[in-house]
Design a protein around this ligand. Structure first.
Ligand SMILES: Nc1nc2c(c(=O)[nH]1)N=C([C@H](O)[C@H](O)COP(=O)(O)OP(=O)(O)OP(=O)(O)O)CN2
Length: 151
């Protein structure tokens, strides 16, 4: 009998962005304290004596994946769509040392789609990404569900 368990770990990062061509205030560079909830599922490994005995995936391993793929490149960065005009003339370039250019508009929808691909590529066999929930503000979030994205 299958014994599938879901695990969730919550991450936080600070990032600025601007929505190129957007009609409202979000066309200007502004920052968010993002919260990302990552849910995976699998069958616990009950091999006696293993460090991971009783675990679907060590929370520490999940943290390492999300840290490397998402938090390290994006925390305290500025995400802009490629082609956005940004004049660096006359300013300290350190201010703009962490720009992440994306081919897509940096909405929470597109971010969560990008994050899903990055995390899936790093998960070990037998462990599946079920859901991502990305809060952009206290009142706004995007969700990605594996069940919505089956071909
Ligand atoms: N579908 C989307 N709409 C908007 C996005 C987005 O990523 N996807 N992003 C923005 C802005 O980045 C904005 O900062 C967040 O939007 P909003 O929830 O409207 O922010 P508010 O602080 O104004 O929300 P309150 O209603 O005051 O809580 C815009 N839209």
């Amino acid at each position: 009998m299958k014994q599938i368990v879901r695990l969730t770990k919550i991450f936080r990062f600070e990032m600025a962005h601007a929505l190129s061509g957007y009609k409202g205030l979000c066309r200007h560079i502004h920052g968010h304290s993002y919260q990302l909830e990552v849910t995976i599922k699998g069958q616990p490994d009950n091999t006696p004596g293993r460090s991971s005995e009783g675990m679907v995936l060590d929370f520490g391993d999940l943290k390492a994946i999300v840290q490397e793929e998402i938090i390290a490149p994006l925390d305290h960065a500025l995400m802009l769509k490629e082609g956005s005009v940004l004049s660096l003339g006359g300013v300290d370039n350190e201010l703009f040392a962490r720009i992440v250019w994306t081919p897509w508009q940096p909405t929470c929808e597109n971010m969560v789609l990008d994050f899903a691909g990055r995390i899936i590529a790093q998960l070990p066999d037998g462990v599946t990404l079920c859901r991502l929930k990305l809060y952009e503000t206290h009142t706004s979030y995007a969700e990605w569900y594996a069940s919505d994205n089956i071909d």
